[in-house]
Ligand binder design. Structure first.
Ligand SMILES: Nc1nc2c(ncn2[C@@H]2O[C@H](COP(=O)(O)OP(=O)(O)OP(=O)(O)O)[C@@H](O)[C@H]2O)c(=O)[nH]1
Ligand SMILES: [Zn+2]
Length: 351
């Protein structure tokens, strides 16, 4: 496996898909209206957005982070490789799923050790990341301004069973080096978190430079309007890449029951013991989940949040299904990453 490709995030999961296939692998690093910018073993390549390959529904088009096989003679894409993870949002108008990022390995869910700290919001992000097929690490900033950072850490740890939490002073490059183990060569990461929690600060410390300021460069589209469709993969000093797209802040939960259940595993597990298959865990007789709440095994707050997220996901899914896009394509779009995530869990393989 060539080192240049590995540095771009090429892994066994992609290698196994290209055996005997024509074309050269390249990774999409930016998506523009009229062209894609890709990086490959031989350097960067521009792929014009034209031809039948692009004549597809939005949820099938390549997005930033995707691996494509390209005919290097013509710069024409031949196929998009199956993704190890995939993030999407509802497009403006809410009738289409719009792909935002593919093949992200680890997402740092950023929150602060202060009054902004909100467990239910962290859980929403955990469900999103689970659904996308990536792994999440909760990063709590402002540990330096808080006397009881460990208390926040404990509370964050009370979310999912396999939750990983790090507390940092995001202003200090030495301190954020605790995140190094997720930042090895060829690893792709992304940041999620509300405004002001310290994402740009964290990125700056990770880069030890001031790159975050330059993200989301404005450019003119063909009608002379400014658009902020520039999306980017930044290279971090340790060899990892940070995928920074503005839309990552508006991720949607749609058709995400599997991700929500994975993020609330203790509820999903108990629910299989409920008398009714469609039990809402409210006042139904024989409800194993309510029983666990009464016994103090499941928190009432988490059950309430699980319900809220299931509602949000179902409502968005319904909107997509009613409009042209349909739920079948979304289910299909997600199926592969769910299978990959399950495979990774059972064999411990991160490829
Ligand atoms: N003391 C301290 N200040 C921090 C820390 N993290 C962030 N800050 C400060 O918090 C403020 C907001 O941080 P940003 O990095 O701009 O937050 P953001 O998440 O990028 O915000 P958006 O760009 O709005 O999404 C800045 O003034 C930072 O200096 C930290 O760990 N310790
Ligand atoms: Zn029940």
């Amino acid at each position: 496996m060539p080192d240049a490709l590995r540095a771009l995030g090429w892994k066994g999961f992609f290698q196994q898909q290209v055996v005997g296939e024509p074309g050269t692998p390249v990774r999409i690093v930016a998506v523009h209206r009229d062209r894609l910018v890709a990086a490959g073993a031989e350097g960067n390549l521009e792929i014009p957005v034209r031809g039948s390959f692009f004549d597809a529904p939005p949820e099938s088009l390549p997005t930033v982070g995707d691996w494509l096989l390209v005919d290097m003679e013509t710069s024409q894409p031949l196929q998009t490789l199956e993704r190890s993870s995939l993030f999407l949002r509802m497009a403006a108008g809410g009738d289409k799923a719009q792909l935002l990022a593919a093949n992200v390995d680890t997402v740092f869910i950023v929150s602060s050790c202060n009054h902004d700290f909100n467990l239910s919001r962290i859980e929403r992000y955990q469900a999103l990341v689970q659904q996308a097929g990536a792994r999440s690490v909760v990063v709590l900033t402002r540990a330096d301004t808080c006397a009881d950072a460990d208390n926040f850490r404990e509370r964050a740890l009370s979310t999912t069973a396999d939750c990983v939490v790090e507390t940092v002073n995001a202003l200090d490059p030495d301190d954020v080096s605790v995140l190094k183990c997720w930042l090895g060569p060829g690893e792709t990461i992304a940041l999620l978190g509300s405004s002001g929690v310290g994402k740009s600060t964290l990125l700056n410390s990770l880069m030890q430079t001031e790159v975050a300021q330059t993200a989301g460069i404005r450019e003119d589209d063909s009608k002379g309007r400014h658009t902020t469709t520039h999306r980017e993969l930044h290279h971090l000093p340790g060899g990892a890449m940070l995928l920074d797209t503005p839309g990552m802040r508006e991720l949607s939960l749609a058709g995400a029951e599997a991700g929500i259940d994975a993020a609330f595993a203790e509820i999903a597990e108990r629910a299989s013991g409920c008398r009714f298959k469609d039990c809402q865990h409210r006042r139904e007789p024989g409800c194993a989940v309510r029983k666990a709440v009464a016994e103090g095994v499941i928190s009432e707050r988490r059950l309430e949040n699980w319900r809220k997220l299931q509602r949000e996901s179902a409502r968005n899914q319904q909107t997509l299904a009613e409009k042209r896009s349909g739920d079948r394509s979304l289910a299909k779009t997600y199926r592969a990453v769910q299978q990959h995530a399950r495979g990774r869990k059972t064999d411990g393989n991160t490829d």
